[in-house]
Design a protein around this ligand. Structure first.
Ligand SMILES: [Zn+2]
Length: 187
């Protein structure tokens, strides 16, 4: 099924927000799915790596999150909403570079892992670093899915699906919201 193109709308985001987190936005406790990293990768004190330079301190309060993120970013990253298919900046881009978490700057995926899934969201067959994301069982919307979150800041990124038959090395499809990502192009 190929959904019609559309823009992120506050109505949609509010609607999905209610659907996913009916108890007024409180993220329910969810068991972790095996295979996910258990903790954020360790910080490297004093490192001069550009990866660290790109990362920003993780906010500690909802107020700080709201100040950092645009409303549509907040809805997806912090409230688990989903952007409209085909609406994101990175659905079809093939720019070579690194995809970082838009909330905290951590490296999540590389362009070499991106593939054309025709699903309307950027799709990757593997995280750039297996510790970069964590996986969580998601029973929202009457389905059992595997949610993908940033390991560093625990922000919602999207979902991962396995065994769909895509010709990729892992047969995984990390279906990620564009608005959860920032593409850093290589020179
Ligand atoms: Zn993050």
């Amino acid at each position: 099924m190929v959904p019609l193109p559309g823009k992120i709308g506050s109505e949609l985001l509010k609607g999905e927000y209610r659907d996913i987190y009916p108890s007024d936005g409180v993220r329910p406790a969810e068991p972790e799915v095996s295979g996910g990293a258990r903790a954020a990768r360790p910080e490297t004190a004093g490192s001069v790596r550009t990866m660290d330079e790109a990362m920003t301190p993780v906010p500690k309060t909802e107020k700080e999150w709201r100040e950092r993120l645009a409303p549509e970013e907040y809805a997806v990253l912090r409230r688990g909403a989903t952007e409209q298919p085909w609406s994101g900046d990175y659905v079809s881009t093939d720019t070579v570079g690194v995809y970082r978490c838009r909330a905290c700057g951590a490296e999540l995926f590389r362009s070499a892992e991106k593939f054309e899934s025709h699903c309307g969201w950027p799709s990757f067959h593997d995280p750039a670093d297996t510790d970069a994301v964590t996986l969580h069982e998601d029973r929202a919307l009457g389905m059992i899915r595997t949610e993908v979150r940033c390991a560093r800041c625990d922000s919602h990124l999207g979902h991962v699906f396995h065994g769909e038959g895509y010709p990729t090395p892992t047969d995984d499809r990390y279906c990620i919201n564009s608005v959860a990502l920032t593409l850093e192009a290589y020179d």
